[in-house]
Unconditional design. Structure first.
Length: 334
């Protein structure tokens, strides 16, 4: 008698509802856990025809998320193979920070902005406490739940500190374009600002570009906010503020205090597709809709999508949900 396939048994536990988004490596869809009645999000990762038979990005994400249990980090509930694909089951989050930013009906007060930044830094601080670099901080990777809680998600590019195989990621059209974006925002570093930069591997001298005043980029920001930003965007890693120091900055204790997450504005809920819209199938088979057009956040002159990035905290010029080919980014400080 043939033994039942354990992966099919696990797959049958989840009832799909609707596709949430599609990226380079797979599809994310909404589902119901029939054992608990809870709504979950399932990321189906296409394993493809790799000779190794292993998707190391997915395995890395599973490994790291098993170590990261924090209120501001997405929870990985389950992981299972099925029909040649790998499925990761996450807690369901209603929206993401990119959707909040893009919604013209939403007004974010200084207290709201402070709350979102504080939750982001708390999640990042926990990662760094566990010696993990996220390396893909951007608005559609910062998910928001029904209670307003913000959580870091998508750890496919994450690494342990000092990983020998770490590679820099670029959000421009090339590595040079990426540097140009950074320099246009912050100016080129000088030796007085970052004395040790000349000792970096493959160091190249660039034409000097002065940094625009932060006040010109963020005219409505408070003095405390600009002081925090200036400390987070310092070129020299030794002089740059850490995540924990950022959380202890007077910006978060000065008026107005951060909004309660439950009171933060969120986009209106989308109309949900009915289960009957889909043909009944075995397991979590995913419907793949047409790819959405690429979205780029409006930026300042000289940018194509406000791609400002600089970490310390993530130690590199690393790169918030429904598409993974988005050019919008946040730094690993914000």
């Amino acid at each position: 008698m043939t033994e039942p396939d354990p992966s099919k048994k696990v797959a049958d536990r989840y009832l799909k509802r609707e596709v949430l988004g599609e990226g380079t490596y797979g599809v994310v869809y909404k589902a119901i856990d029939t054992h608990t009645g809870h709504t979950v999000a399932i990321k189906k990762i296409r394993l493809g025809k790799q000779k190794e038979g292993v998707n190391f990005t997915a395995l890395r994400e599973i490994k790291l998320l098993k170590e990261l249990k924090d209120p501001n980090i997405i929870e990985l509930i389950d992981a299972f193979p099925h029909k040649g694909n790998l499925h990761l089951v996450f807690e369901f989050m209603e929206t993401d920070l990119e959707a909040v930013i893009r919604d013209r009906n939403i007004f974010l007060s200084p207290a709201d902005t402070k709350s979102y930044l504080q939750m982001t830094l708390k999640g990042l601080a926990f990662c760094h406490k566990k010696w993990i670099l996220h390396r893909d901080m951007k608005p559609n990777n910062l998910l928001i739940g029904s209670n307003g809680q913000l959580k870091l998600a998508d750890f496919g590019l994450a690494r342990m500190f000092g990983s020998p195989d770490r590679r820099f990621t670029h959000q421009g059209t090339s590595d040079i374009d990426q540097l140009g974006r950074i320099f246009a925002a912050f100016g080129t570093p000088t030796r007085s600002q970052w004395p040790d930069m000349v000792y970096l591997p493959a160091y190249v001298e660039y034409q000097y570009v002065p940094a625009p005043p932060l006040r010109s980029l963020f005219p409505m920001a408070s003095d405390d906010a600009l002081d925090l930003l200036s400390k987070m965007f310092t070129y020299d890693p030794k002089a740059r503020i850490s995540v924990q120091q950022a959380l202890e900055h007077r910006y978060f204790s000065s008026a107005p205090l951060p909004s309660d997450p439950n009171k933060l504005p969120r986009p209106a809920p989308k109309k949900e597709s009915r289960v009957s819209d889909f043909a009944v199938q075995e397991g979590p088979t995913v419907l793949s809709p047409p790819r959405k057009s690429r979205r780029v956040m409006p930026g300042h002159d000289g940018f194509e999508g406000n791609s400002l990035q600089a970490d310390k905290i993530d130690g590199n010029f690393g790169d918030f949900r429904q598409t993974n080919d988005d050019n919008t980014v946040l730094t690993d400080h914000i």
